[in-house]
Write a protein that binds this ligand. Sequence first.
Ligand SMILES: O=P(O)(O)OC[C@@]1(O)O[C@H](CO)[C@@H](O)[C@@H]1O
Length: 576
Amino acid sequence: MTKIKQTKETESKVSEVKFPEVIAITACPTGIAHTYMARDKILEAAKELNMTCKVETQGRSGNENVLTEEDIGHAKVIIFAADKSLVGLERFNGFFGAIIGAYLAAFVVYGLTKGLKKTPRSLQGVRDIVFVPVVTALAAGVIMFAINIPLGFLNYGLGLGLKSMAQYNLSALAGLIIGAMIAIDLGGPINKAAYVFGTATIDASNTAFNSIRSSNNACFITEGAIPYAAEDPKRVIPSAVAGSAVTGAIISGFGVTLSAPHGGIFVFPLLGIQDNGTIDQMISVSSFNLGATNKAKEQYQILGGKGINVSIMLQNLGYENIALGFMAQTDSLLFQNYLQAKNIKSDFYQVTGQTRLNLKIRDLSNNQETELNCLGFSLTNTDEVAILSLLKKKLTKDDILIISGSIAPGATKSLYQEIAQYCFENQITFAIDTSKQSLLATLKYQPLLVKPNLAELNEIFSTNVTFVNIKEVTRLAKKLQNLGAQNVLISNGKYGSLLVTKSDSYLANTASGTLLNSVGAGDSMVAGFIGTFIKTKDAKQSLLVAAASGAATAFSQGIGELSLVEKLKEQIKIID
Ligand SMILES: O=P(O)(O)OC[C@@]1(O)O[C@H](CO)[C@@H](O)[C@@H]1O
């Protein structure tokens, strides 16, 4: 056991416990006499009770013998002896709930000891050691439980009231009330009721609850205001309530929405659009023979499409996003539920026709993969107009749109170009991963990232370069940059990847592992790069996460999990 570091104030202490049982802060307006008199008295009293004690003094000579988080976490008794506001009260944040519980228990103990004053001397030991503590613990538990029942009804009633306000177009009023509730007890039960109401009723058309997300401080953690409220409750709480209520009313009244349920301004929404969802059939054959009947050795099915894959990897990496795009009416719910199970929101525009079924055949004798991407639904002009207006409604300047996948048949070739132009003109960052013509058409709108693989790069420039000739690959990547792309990421499976930014170029190796199927590996790279880049603005770090994310998916049956990405990151080396 470590001996507690002795200070002037604790020198007189009796025991050698690591942390003091009693802690206190003393302070007085002049900070010369009473601060220290109070300290001495507390120390004396603790000594009489045979308890270790540490007192922080906030006097004229500054804060001395400052209480650490460990001191606070281990203390049995906390005393504030002050007639001025104390500094550093946020260290005690977590205690306020406990203090209420402690008061409750103290009242029970007080009542019991008073009521049992006349206990015969022979039973007094049992009374103090067994009866009072056990009954107090039970009573406090029962009271807390009982309090929950009316609070539950209150929450339910509030929820119903708020819901009907939203239904009757009284969103601003609902926002006002929710905003006020959020701030009134700074993280307490009323705050939680408002939060639960808001998040539990998330629905794209209901904006009332959105107020709760933004109606307090910038990062939506109202508990951060507790130290100020503790110092000056009469002024801080009403102003926080008023500010939150007004913000809530404005946000709900104007229908301002945010797709992530938590995080305030620190959330950056990422929206993925996949134009053409797929059901990927992964088939392994012992040895693939062209022009012959090939029998499957293993087979499984995954819901995919480039945008869906990007969405899943973003979510795995911890970036909330919404999957948008076209979806066959018959499978829309299937995809929606699949994503929902992964906590990903989706907003699909439903079209008639079938989802395409793509066959991914792996030859187990040489690990070679052959793809057969089939035809699915066709788009009409109405579908295109609808998706454009859906995007226009959804996108804000704070969003990043990731456009992934080929354009379904029937659509005009300029669909992606129109989306890119809209993003450019409205200062919405976008990235694009699609094939030749559609990709080239969007470059002038300066996508944050384009990610052709080496084969696609060769197709674009009608070349046949290999990664061995990295200078030539870099030159072609720079050509895409000259056409407008901000960053160009060229992936080349197990041979690694090349990133060309405005100022530098980097090479990344691939992690080693057992290839299960590489479907979605490129999409995972896009997700890894964009998520990390938006957060860190560090291209090198983003390439590292991209490479690890791609490898994690190649070594998994579906999209790689975060734990694997983290593990594989250790193997990735970036060369400038
Ligand atoms: O025809 P696209 O849209 O270019 O590619 C579709 C597709 O091959 O891309 C994903 C892997 O990247 C698969 O889930 C899907 O089958």
